[in-house]
Design a protein around this ligand. Structure first.
Ligand code: NAD
Ligand code: UDP
Length: 322
């Protein structure tokens, strides 16, 4: 049969991980989902449990792993600033010790290994849009550093294992991605604003809302993951994956108000420390080398995400005690 690889997905019960497990199973692979459920949940992978090719393991990547696999996708790490700053030392350990553990495993079993890195390696960028050759502008001692520097150190480990031990690596830098299955209390801007709009609560804009982000729909991103993993060994990365459409947070809020028909007000809150002013990927490399570019527009992706949250909030209301 086509496919048929044994694939380990760390962080597989999270937002992106659950879509990745699903896509790999659809292609006929055996998938082992490993997660400590710190920000992910068993509910995200519940619908995959009946598939005999799917296995689940509760495990923390800071502890070594021993699995005979052909490929590893390393996604384990909280991605929302609220969550990764709640226990910054654990975030740093997850990034650095987690990367070390998956790389040692990859070396031992000769597996190809993929790292979910981030646009945060560019920090508060002084170059716009950000190409992969830009080294970034990162505060090493701020509240975001556990994530930014942790991901940068993980990239270093990946490239050192590649050069020193010949490990076959793939590194992608993911820009803000959204979609169904984000947790309602995830804390990231898309889920926060949608949930607030649907509940008729004020939409929280941090700062004046003029900071920009580029929002990629989850299906497009997963397609990029698969192309990168299947791409040539001569392309270890890093490769930017994101939607180059750039929006201010205020524009995002206005689109969400329009799509939900909500009459919620906009409410300003203080801007978090070291919040990047602007962010937009240069995806020339992904276009040229992987034939990849996002297909889902922000409005279309938001419509699908809003529909998901409407169902989810309605189910929560039904199950709440009267
Ligand atoms: P998420 O928080 O939904 O998923 C992360 C998953 O990792 C969760 O299931 C969590 O329980 C698990 N996890 C965390 N620490 C762990 C540990 N020590 N051991 C085992 N499992 C652990 O976030 P997401 O949006 O799905 O992000 C997935 C990956 O993609 C992360 O590495 C994140 O840094 C990266 N990323 C995501 C985005 C985005 O916009 N979604 C952007 C850049 C990078
Ligand atoms: N943000 C906001 N309101 C919210 C949550 C976030 O205005 O309720 C802002 C946040 O300050 C940042 C942007 O939206 O400028 C994206 O935040 P998110 O946490 O989604 O991702 P990241 O900062 O990691 O890009």
């Amino acid at each position: 049969m086509a496919g048929g690889k044994r694939i380990l997905v760390t962080g597989g019960a999270g937002f992106l991980g659950s879509f990745l497990c699903e896509a790999l199973l659809e292609r006929g692979h055996d998938v082992l989902c490993l997660d400590n459920y710190s920000t992910g949940s068993p509910g995200n992978i519940e619908h995959l449990r009946d598939n005999l090719r799917f296995g689940v393991l509760r495990h923390d990547v800071t502890t070594p792993m021993h699995h005979e696999v052909d490929e590893i996708f390393n996604l384990a790490c909280p991605a929302s600033p609220v969550h990764y700053q709640a226990d910054p030392i654990q975030t740093l350990r997850t990034n650095v010790e987690g990367a070390m553990n998956v790389l040692r495993l990859a070396r031992r079993v000769r597996a190809k290994v993929f790292q979910a890195s981030t646009s945060e390696v560019y920090g508060d960028p002084l170059v716009h849009p950000q190409p992969e050759g830009y080294w970034g502008h990162v505060n090493p001692i701020g509240p975001r550093s556990c994530y930014d520097e942790g991901k940068r150190c993980a990239e270093t480990l990946f490239f050192d294992f590649h050069r020193q031990h010949g490990v076959n690596i793939r590194v992608v830098r993911i820009f803000n991605t959204y979609g169904p299955r984000m947790h309602p209390n995830d804390g990231r801007v898309v889920s926060n604003l949608i949930v607030q709009a649907l509940r008729g609560e004020p939409l929280t804009l941090y700062g004046d809302g003029s900071q920009t982000r580029s929002f990629c729909y989850v299906d497009d991103l997963i397609d990029g993951f698969l192309r990168m993993m299947a791409g040539p060994d001569s392309l270890p990365g890093p490769v930017n994956l994101g939607n180059p459409g750039e929006f201010t947070v205020r524009e995002l809020a206005e689109i969400i108000l329009d799509l939900t028909g909500s009459r919620s007000a906009l409410e300003h809150r203080p801007l978090p420390a070291d919040d990047p002013r602007q962010r937009k990927p240069d995806i020339a490399q992904a276009r040229a080398q992987l034939g990849w570019e996002p297909k889902v527009s922000l409005r279309h992706g938001l419509e699908r995400t809003i529909a998901h949250f409407e169902r989810r909030l309605a189910a929560e209301r039904r199950s709440a005690p009267a």
